[in-house]
Design a protein around this ligand. Structure first.
Ligand SMILES: [Zn+2]
Length: 451
């Protein structure tokens, strides 16, 4: 009896040790406002992202990854819950009642927490803050800069936007300090870097000058694109600093890394400079996975979505049995193993409910509510309040979305519209923007959302 009991405990301890040994850290790095096609390994003409490119060589690059929204909080909520906005209910950035994550939707951080993971997030801007409920499940949610003083100007001319955003070096310093203090393992770490978002906060002048060297800058537009690329490089450098620290601490072998962005940016395409629309330049995002269990140097071409991150990361951490009911994403690990027989969806969904950004154009407020559905080669942009603006593109023949083929392909458009209806995604009853608090307004103004 005694021996059997001993044996029982020996097996129990061995099992527990095996579990501990198998547990993996997960690090999700989200670069704000970063278009896939401005990243080196996605074919960009300039060398903007050496560290992300290197990570892609060591891991897997998803060539056709779609964000669920082109506005930060909504996109981040889909990454962190594995659900589409019409399920997680955080659908607007400002001025609506739909501005917080639904309490009943489980978050990735909550699942990791329930598995004894140490959880921490270091964010860099108000749109990724607890204002939107994105902190749920994180034991540490570092947004201390939001309580700082109003914007001020550094000696080198860069602006500290203080309460609305902080630069990658500040965020990364906080991350490194946390890692060096040995948070315990396993951990789930979310790092959000904001630099490419706007020109309110620029990299240090010397860095910027160096990155702009050799760039043909003939007008203000060239200048803005060059600055944008320099900001991506600056964020990329900080991705590298975090990776190097994981290496130095001996954590790389046991850490799954995911690098993506929350959405892209117009940069003048379709005559639009910002995000908040749903053309490919706004919703096609970089997505790279690297770490234990992930093959090196693969490029995956079928369409994938941000909602797929949660089940994928849980599976790579080997706790996929706890993927919550209601998660709408599909794990990408089957694609990693090259299983082409997988019954994967071929549809991608995105939405945006925005009035402020587009209110600069008088009489165009109605086009701030947009839905996008991509199915195989086809993409429908649907404007429920102004259906005459609807557009259909053939992404294979026309990746730049320049030729609206809706009139010639009514049946296809109807099929895609039917997909939106089937999902019960369209909210035509959306009220006009409600009162916005003066504090929210001040923060959004400092980020360029409100004039
Ligand atoms: Zn964003």
């Amino acid at each position: 009896m005694y021996l059997r009991k001993q044996l029982f405990f020996a097996v129990l301890i061995a099992t527990q040790l095996a579990c501990v040994a198998k547990q993996r850290n997960v690090v999700l790095i989200t670069l704000d406002t970063t278009r896939a096609d401005h990243i080196g390994c996605y074919g960009y003409q300039y060398d903007t992202s050496p560290r992300i490119d290197q990570l892609a060589e060591e891991g897997v690059r998803f060539d056709f990854a779609i964000a669920q929204s082109s506005e930060t909080p909504i996109s981040c909520a889909s990454q962190l819950t594995g659900t589409y906005p019409y399920r997680h209910k955080l659908r607007a950035m400002h001025g609506f009642s739909m501005t917080s994550l639904d309490d009943s939707v489980p978050t990735l951080a909550e699942v990791f927490s329930s598995h004894e993971y140490v959880t921490a997030a270091f964010i860099s801007a108000f749109p990724a803050s607890s204002r939107y409920g994105l902190e749920r499940g994180f034991a540490i949610f570092d947004e201390s800069f939001l309580r700082q003083h109003p914007p001020s100007i550094h000696e080198d001319g860069t602006v500290a936007t203080g309460r609305s955003q902080r630069s990658a070096d500040e965020t990364t310093s906080a991350v490194l300090e946390w890692l060096q203090a040995d948070p315990g393992a396993p951990f789930f770490l979310w790092v959000h870097l904001f630099d490419p978002h706007d020109t309110h906060l620029l990299p240090p002048a010397r860095y910027l000058e160096k990155r702009m060297e050799g760039r043909q800058v003939e007008d203000q537009h060239d200048y803005l694109r060059a600055v944008y690329d320099a900001e991506i490089s600056y964020a990329d450098m900080h991705v590298g600093i975090i990776i190097d620290e994981l290496d130095r601490l001996g954590l790389r072998e046991s850490t799954v890394l995911a690098v993506t962005s929350d959405h892209g940016e117009g940069l003048g395409d379709h005559n639009w400079w910002k995000h908040s629309l749903l053309y490919q330049e706004q919703i096609r995002v970089p997505l790279i996975l690297q770490g234990p269990g992930i093959p090196a140097g693969q490029v995956i071409t079928p369409v994938v979505e941000h909602v797929d991150l949660m089940p994928t990361l849980l599976q790579l951490a080997k706790i996929d049995h706890s993927t919550p009911v209601g998660v709408q994403g599909q794990s990408l690990t089957g694609l990693l193993s090259g299983d082409v027989t997988l019954d994967r969806r071929t549809t991608a969904y995105s939405e945006v409910h925005s009035f402020f950004t587009l209110s600069e154009s008088p009489g165009k407020r109605d086009i701030g509510v947009i839905y996008s559905i991509i199915q195989d080669r086809w993409k429908l942009l649907h404007f429920p309040r102004r259906p005459e603006y609807d557009k259909l593109f053939d992404l294979h023949k026309d990746p730049g979305e320049l030729h609206n083929l809706l009139d010639q392909n009514r049946e296809i458009a109807e099929r895609l519209l039917g997909e939106l209806v089937r999902r019960e995604a369209i909210d035509i009853q959306l009220p006009d923007p409600e009162e916005v608090t003066e504090e929210d307004l001040e923060l959004l103004r400092s980020l360029g959302y409100v004039e």
